[in-house]
Design a protein around this ligand. Structure first.
Ligand code: HEC
Length: 134
């Protein structure tokens, strides 16, 4: 019997430390991305990163502040950082939000699944691009 290995992972190509091609045909939705990164049930970024969201009670300091990140990186660079940060830094503690294999300490029910869907990744990128320096 075929095993349910969760959503199919879209193939992507890493070029020059970035993933230039979007994972889906639907443009990223800023509002949806904003909601996703604040969803504590979904491995929230705020555990490690500070973000310009003063209403959030807890911000992590294990990683760079994401304020201004949209000025530092373009969509292609942000895509690789979310999809497979280990491609840039094999020792990073940043989770790979779009890998179904090669992960450590995955709960059994999540084996073979990505943390975010391909569309989630595109929506989070759209939101991060709004975090530009004033
Ligand atoms: C377990 C901690 C952790 C979590 C959770 C995490 N990150 Fe990271 N992230 C890091 C670390 C550490 C770095 C620094 C780069 C490195 O380690 O190579 C980083 C780097 C980044 C960068 C590059 C920032 C820069 O200025 O260079 C972006 C963008 C980013 N993370 C976005 C996110 C988003 C969006 C989320 C949630 C979806 C998230 N991260 C969740 C730890 C984390």
């Amino acid at each position: 019997m075929a095993q349910d290995i969760g959503p199919e992972v879209v193939a992507y190509e890493i070029i020059d430390f970035a993933i230039p091609a979007p994972l889906t045909d639907v443009p990223g939705d800023v509002e949806r991305g904003w909601t996703i990164v604040q969803n504590a049930a979904n491995a929230t970024c705020l555990i490690c990163h500070a973000m310009p969201m003063p209403w959030q009670p807890d911000h992590g300091n294990l990683a760079p502040d994401l304020a201004g990140v949209g000025s530092r990186y373009n969509a292609a660079e942000l895509r690789l950082r979310l999809v497979d940060p280990k491609a840039l830094n094999p020792d990073t503690i940043m989770p790979a939000y779009y890998q179904a294999q090669g992960l450590n300490r995955v709960q059994e029910k999540y084996v073979g699944q990505t943390v975010y869907s391909a569309q989630d990744i595109e929506d989070v990128i759209a939101f991060l691009l709004t975090l530009t320096e004033e």
